[in-house]
Design a protein around this ligand. Structure first.
Ligand code: PLP
Length: 456
């Protein structure tokens, strides 16, 4: 390959979530093609994408059906912003389709480009509604530690991670944090699932009381927080949290950026976990990320407040050039049509047992402390050999990075996060492909195990 440099030196490109110094001398993995659940690097080597890139390419990397609507829309009208009383048919239809799919009553939808924008804009909308209803002090937003909701200044503060906050000196004064639910790992010895859920709800109440209930606007939460390491809440968690929020007039916003569109075995994670949100955000599988588009979905009750207020002002002072891009909307519409025609959610449910089996089979491996599984999501918690699941320490050192590298050598891309590997493959994955994925992962684990010197 002509563009494959022997003595690589990068003097211009900066990559996120990377070691910038190492990036100067170490050529990054350069991907040039994708087919189904696989991507191919510049040498032509294939990798099973066990994380669908960033938990997003739900329909795989080469769906020809998603290309056609983009071309058609580009030819008809490549760009027109949806604002100032103007829009395009694809955007109108997409809003209708999402409202019909929404679990919230009388859903209204508006669009942005990224998940960060969707969450960030929704915070603005909530402040707007609170300001107009005589509650301008109601600004604080709660999230769970270790969660991730986006990369803007506000959302970096909201996401719970000191690396994210401190290293960028991000202001967090309007962000509150509560514990991340993790059943059974987060429960105290002997604590029942119900008692654990009660304790988490009591913590939420205490945080609200301490902050001043009339200063708290909303709780942002993923149904299952993937970026936190894929931890599952105890049964009844969301009902208990919602009861606390309702008692203070605080909104529940469900971030369905990752969990929406079938990832958890139902269309929305909200449905799988029987959550009653006031607002939702959606992004990744919405267009299978072939085009950048995110959706902010609001219950009729919440939207009525915005409508009432904007009527007083004469306009709703918000918009953006790329919001609801017509090409992205056309691709998202086709994505929804494919979901229905090919019954993607039914397919996910059908392969979930094979997925669960594959994860469970890793449990005996000396480097595996535990595995977690939810829908078509998984996490493999690592341990030093001989450590024992009970220790399951955070002292795994470089293990996640080592397994990630060994995975690349075995033709597999996983996501190392803290002491875990997170898995979230394209939803179109088949049973034989699941078996191949876990066979490559086992090879990677074996290789790292073989490289660890045995104690005398
Ligand atoms: C749950 C969740 N919300 C929001 C975001 C932010 O989306 P984006 O990267 O498109 O800004 C992410 C990104 O991975 C996410 O996982």
């Amino acid at each position: 390959m002509a563009h494959l440099q022997q003595n690589y030196r990068n003097d211009s490109l900066m990559l996120g979530f990377s070691d910038l110094k190492r990036l100067r001398s170490k050529r990054p993995l350069v991907l040039t093609a994708g087919r189904g659940i696989k991507v191919f690097d510049e040498r032509g080597r294939d990798y099973i994408e066990a994380v669908s890139s960033f938990y997003c390419v739900a329909l795989g990397y080469s769906d020809e059906e998603l290309i056609e609507p983009a071309i058609t829309q580009m030819r008809a009208l490549p760009m027109y912003p949806s604002a100032i009383d103007r829009t395009v048919p694809a955007v109108m239809e997409l809003a209708e389709r999402l409202a019909a799919l929404s679990p919230m009553p009388r859903t209204h939808v508006t669009f942005a480009t990224t998940g960060s924008e969707a969450n960030d804009h929704l915070i603005k909308f909530i402040w707007y509604a609170n300001g107009f209803s005589g509650q301008p002090r109601r600004r604080k937003i709660i999230s769970r530690w270790s969660s991730y909701h986006g990369s803007t200044v506000q959302l970096t503060g909201l996401g719970g991670g000191s690396d994210l906050h401190r290293s960028f000196a991000v202001p967090t004064d309007e962000c509150l944090h509560v514990s991340h639910p993790n059943w059974p790992g987060g429960a105290q010895p002997g604590e029942s699932e119900a008692a654990y859920g009660d304790r988490l709800a009591a913590e939420l109440k205490a945080v609200i009381e301490e902050a001043g209930p009339d200063t708290v606007a909303a709780l942002f939460a993923e149904p299952v927080s993937v970026s936190a390491g894929m931890y599952v809440p105890p049964a009844g968690y969301f009902a208990k949290m919602k009861a606390v929020l309702d008692s203070y007039g605080i909104l529940l916003v469900v971030d369905e950026v990752v969990t929406g569109f079938g990832r958890t075995g139902q269309f929305w994670g909200t449905q799988t976990l029987d959550i009653k949100p006031d607002c939702m955000t959606s992004l990744k599988a919405l267009s299978s990320t072939y085009q950048p588009i995110s959706a902010i979905m609001m219950s009729g009750e919440f939207y009525d407040r915005l409508e009432h207020d904007s009527n007083e002002k004469g306009w709703f002072a918000h918009g953006g050039t790329y919001h609801a891009h017509p090409v992205a909307a056309a691709v998202a519409l086709k994505t929804i049509e494919i979901y229905e025609r090919r019954d993607i959610v039914g397919h996910v449910r059908a392969i979930m047992p094979a997925w669960q089996r594959g994860l469970a089979a890793l449990n005996g491996h000396p480097l595996v402390a535990a595995t977690r599984c939810f829908g078509l999501l998984g996490a493999v918690q690592l341990q030093q050999p001989g450590e024992g699941a009970a220790a399951a320490s955070l002292q795994v050192g470089r293990l996640p990075a080592q397994v990630y590298q060994a995975g690349l050598d075995a033709g597999l891309i996983v996501r190392p996060l803290a002491n875990c590997l997170v898995l979230s493959p394209p939803l179109i994955i088949t049973k034989p492909e699941i078996e191949e994925l876990f066979s490559r992962l086992t090879r990677a684990l074996d290789r790292v195990l073989g490289s660890i010197p045995t104690l005398p």
